[in-house]
Every structure is written in structure tokens, then in C-alpha cells.
Design a protein around this ligand. Structure first.
Ligand code: UGA
Length: 443
């Protein structure tokens, strides 16, 4: 099939590349000429395991290319994916400006039947808005051309996006048209093996499915963080509790790791947007607002523990930070707990020496040159001259640590671990004060 993808951000690039890899001919359109130029030279702007070689292979084989020419994009694909960003508005709802601009572009250049597919995470009812935007352009041109619009939310995890795309648990399609169902079956055919993963439903339910999935996952995390905070105050150990509850198959072991709060471009934004949608229809979504509030408090807890260990005075102190990305295997620092920690340390007059295997460049881009931030190239370098260590991301390389080296490098033997990487006993035996999450170690 010939497929056009609007937007070469995270979702668009992974979708386009994986569909090309399945044998389709894919043209990706983006408004950013520098990005398109770089992609056409094989440079992938994001860090995602396995993506760069896949882009290179499919470009070489002539199935994948990039352009800024939207008109050519509309002419190219019988399927037109919209995968542009939906940043949060000031009030927390998703900003549809870019999605509707693409819809208008499609309407302006449409010449024959096309299926338009909403891949972006968009509020319930957006399929109707996209349809209306395309129809308005056609009407203005005095043209009567058939087209369909469906919803096809993505469920990719950063760091595992290719695996999720090619071996995902489900492919949700929101449509009421038999023609669309057939086209989507053909599009995803190469990845729809083992058992039928296509789940068809009406567009509104598909749109809500995306939010409900993320809100449910975020709820699990905030719930566990709340239990961890309780465990700290009750001298219980959340790790035992996690094993104890996860063994019940109705609860399960997945996604119940307590930590320093969820970040990234999806959970915080989507939970807030759904709460906002609920308010718009006159419903007060108590669970959603609580999930968000617990998460914000959890992100602040790293600093609270650190400050308590220094009697509330961090002025002039240097804090080593291991991990800046919101989770491992990505360089993404959007809504990362590390940012809440660093900003609080700076506000208190402290300095940061940070290390992350992938996110150094992103950190420098976000915060620029400042005297109270040093981003270093090795985790042990971060400890030099530091008063305490805070772990914000569970990169694999942090899991094995030489506590004796850490202790001798730090001027004060304090580790605040937002990811429960170590056995508290082992750390304490090495003479360090260890403040993890929910492990009976309240400062
Ligand atoms: C999330 C969803 O997992 C995807 O299914 C969804 O497609 C995506 O959002 C999206 O809407 O695009 P992602 O944001 O890449 O994917 O990251 P996750 O791996 O889900 O992690 C999210 C956050 O939750 C991270 O900050 C992570 O540290 C935290 N987390 C996760 C926990 O604190 N505990 C856990 O047990 C699991």
C-alpha cells in the first residue's frame, strides 16, 4: 500500500518506519525542513533502540522517504496517517491545532478517495472534527470527493516502540465502515499474526480507549506510590507488599513498581486531559485528579528526602544525580522527576553534577550553560565533590554499584534512590544512609 504519515515525531517516525519495514511504500511529511533534511540523510533525531538501522534499511530499499511537501504527501498515500503533536493547552486539554491543520491540508489537496487515520492522542470526538475540517475545505473547492476518517490510537512505549509496534497486544481501530475495516486489515496485515489483534469499535470508544489505557496504568503507579508512602510511615517494606499483591493474577506484577513518579510525554498529559474532558461534560473525575496530585507529590518527594537528610539546608551543597531521562532507554526528559529535583535543589541554592547515559545533550538543551549545573560523562565523575547522590532513573548500569567507592567519593554518605535499585541492608552495611521508596527508611 502507499501510505503517507504526517508528523515525524516519535509516533509518526516509528509508525512510518515499521510500516515501510512491513513492505509498504511510505512517505513521511513534516513542516520542519531541517528535520526532513536530516532524516533524508539517515540521521534519526530521537534515541530509540533499533530505529536508526530500520530507517536506514528502508530508505536504502526505497520504501521510506521524507518531505516537507504536504501536497505531494496528500497525493501519495491511499492511507493518510495524522501523527502530529497534541501539546497540552493552558487548561490541560489537548491542543488540536496541528491535527486540524493537517486535516485542512488534506481537504485542500484531496483528489481521490483516501482514508485518513488519526494516530495522535486526541480527545473523544476528534474524528468528527477532522472529518468536518476536510469536508469544509472540499466544500470551499466545490468538490465532492469521498473520504473516510478513523481513529487508530498508538500504544507504543518509548524505548520499546519497535517491539510494541511489531508485536503489540492489540490494534484498535475506531470506525463504522466496512471499507475502512478492510483497508486497516491490509495495512496491519504483516503485524497481525499469531492471533487476530485488530479490535474494531466506534470512533469515540477508540479515542477513549487510548486515554483509559494510560489513565489505568498511571493509576496503578500512583496507587503503588501511595502505598509506598504509607509503608515508609508504618515501617513496612513496599517491596514485600509488591510481591505479595502482584502474585494475585487479578492484580499482576506488571506496572506496580513504586518510584519517584511517572513522567514522559503521555501519562501526565493524558491524565490531565481526560480529567479536563470529564469536567467539560460535567463530571468530576475524582480518581484522575487524585492520580495526578499523588504523582506531583511523588516527584517532589526526592527533594523532600534529600532536604530532610541535610536538615533542610542545601545551600552551597552539591548533589550528584544519576539518571535524567524520565525512564531508561530514552533521552526524553519531558516531565522527568529529575527536573523537579534539580529545580528544587537550585532554588535552595545547591548545585547539580548529573550523569545520564543518553540524555546529557537534552539536559544541556533544556537548561543551557549555568554555573550550578555540570553534566558529566561518567557516573563516578558525578560523585566527585558531591555531598549526596540521588538516583532518578533506573538505567541498567546503575543496578550494580560499588558502595565503598560511592561512600568514599561523597562528602556525606547519603543516597536517595527514587527507583529502589538496591537492597537497603547491603547499602547500610557499607556505611551509607539509604533513602529509597517505601522501604521503611523515612528520614
Ligand atoms: C506510555 C504507555 O506505557 C504506552 O502504552 C503509551 O502508548 C504511551 O505512554 C503513550 O501514550 O504514547 P511511555 O510514556 O513511553 O508509555 O512510558 P512507560 O514505560 O509507560 O513509563 C511511564 C512512566 O511510568 C515512567 O516515568 C516510568 O518510570 C513510570 N513507571 C512505570 C513507574 O513509576 N512504575 C511502573 O511500575 C511502571
Amino acid at each position: 500500500m502507499r501510505i503517507t504519515i504526517f508528523g515525524t515525531g516519535y509516533v509518526g517516525l516509528v509508525t512510518g518506519t515499521c510500516l515501510a519495514d512491513a513492505g509498504h511504500d511510505v512517505l513521511c511529511v513534516d513542516v520542519d525542513p531541517a528535520k526532513v533534511e536530516a532524516l533524508n540523510q539517515g540521521q534519526v533525531p530521537i534515541y530509540e533502540p533499533g530505529l536508526a538501522p530500520m530507517v536506514a534499511r528502508n530508505r536504502q530499499e526505497g520504501r521510506l522517504s521524507f518531505t516537507t511537501d504536504a501536497e505531494a504527501g496528500v497525493a501519495f498515500g491511499s492511507l493518510q496517517f495524522i501523527a502530529v503533536g497534541t501539546p497540552p493547552d493552558e487548561d490541560g486539554s489537548a491542543d488540536l491545532r496541528y491535527v486540524l491543520a493537517v486535516a485542512a491540508t488534506i481537504g485542500r489537496h484531496l483528489d481521490d478517495y483516501k482514508l485518513v487515520i488519526n494516530k495522535s492522542t486526541v480527545p473523544v470526538g476528534t474524528v468528527d472534527k477532522v472529518r468536518a475540517a476536510i469536508a469544509a475545505e472540499l466544500q470551499q473547492r466545490g468538490r465532492d470527493i469521498e473520504f473516510d476518517v478513523c481513529s487508530n490510537p498508538e500504544f507504543l512505549k518509548e524505548g520499546a516502540a519497535i517491539e510494541d509496534f511489531t508485536r503489540g497486544a492489540r490494534i484498535v481501530v475506531g470506525t463504522e465502515s466496512g471499507r475502512v475495516r478492510e483497508l486497516m486489515r491490509e495495512c496491519y496485515g504483516p503485524y497481525n499474526w499469531n492471533h487476530d489483534k485488530l479490535i474494531f469499535m466506534d470512533p469515540r470508544s477508540a479515542e477513549l480507549t487510548k486515554y483509559a489505557a494510560n489513565a489505568m496504568l498511571a493509576t496503578k503507579i500512583s496507587f503503588m506510590n501511595e502505598m509506598a508512602n504509607l509503608a515508609e510511615r508504618l515501617d513496612a517494606d513496599i517491596e514485600h507488599v509488591r510481591l505479595g499483591i502482584g502474585s494475585d493474577p487479578r492484580i499482576g506484577y506488571h506496572f506496580i513498581y513504586p518510584g519517584c513518579g511517572y513522567g514522559g510525554s503521555c501519562f501526565p498529559k493524558d491524565v490531565q486531559a481526560l480529567a479536563r474532558t470529564a469536567r467539560d461534560v460535567g463530571y468530576d473525575a475524582h480518581i484522575l485528579t487524585a492520580v495526578d496530585a499523588v504523582n506531583q507529590r511523588q516527584k517532589a518527594s526526592l527533594y523532600d528526602k534529600l532536604a530532610a537528610a541535610f536538615d533542610g539546608d542545601l545551600a552551597g551543597r552539591t548533589v550528584a544525580v544519576w539518571g535524567l531521562a524520565f525512564k531508561p532507554n530514552t533521552d526524553d526528559m519531558r516531565e522527568a522527576p529529575s527536573r523537579v529535583l534539580m529545580e528544587a535543589v537550585w532554588a535552595a541554592g545547591g548545585k547539580i553534577r548529573a550523569y545520564d547515559p543518553e540524555a546529557s545533550r537534552e539536559c544541556r538543551r533544556l537548561y543551557g550553560d549555568r554555573p550550578d549545573l555540570e553534566v558529566v560523562a561518567h557516573r563516578h565523575e558525578a560523585l566527585e565533590g558531591a555531598d549526596a547522590l540521588v538516583i532518578c532513573t533506573e538505567w541498567k548500569e546503575f543496578r550494580v554499584a560499588d558502595f565503598a567507592t560511592i561512600k568514599s567519593a561523597l562528602t556525606t554518605p547519603v543516597i536517595v534512590d527514587g527507583r529502589n535499585l538496591y537492597e537497603p541492608e547491603a547499602v547500610r552495611k557499607a556505611g551509607l544512609l539509604y533513602f529509597a521508596v517505601g522501604r521503611g527508611n523515612r528520614v
